[in-house]
Design a protein around this ligand. Structure first.
Ligand code: FES
Length: 73
């Protein structure tokens, strides 16, 4: 069974919720989104996923993303 990554685990913030907030407020960067929602400030592992979500709209991930892979995407 594949594991899906669908949220900031540390702060229990589903990516689809973060996406809805970003869309409603016209937010396009992880940093600005973090100013309105608490996520990504513990381990930070969710941030590359949120960055990709903001670019592509994707909210369910099955591949491992790191800061490096998110920069290249
Ligand atoms: S998963 Fe988002 S800060 Fe740890």
């Amino acid at each position: 069974m594949k594991t899906c990554i669908t949220r900031c685990v540390c702060f229990r913030q589903p990516f689809d919720r973060l996406k809805a907030i970003a869309k409603a407020q016209g937010i396009q960067t992880v940093e600005v989104l973090q100013e309105v929602v608490l996520f990504g400030e513990n381990c930070g592992l969710c941030k590359p996923y949120v960055a990709q979500m903001l670019r592509t709209g994707q909210t369910v991930f099955t591949e491992l993303l790191t800061d490096n892979t998110s920069e290249q995407a």
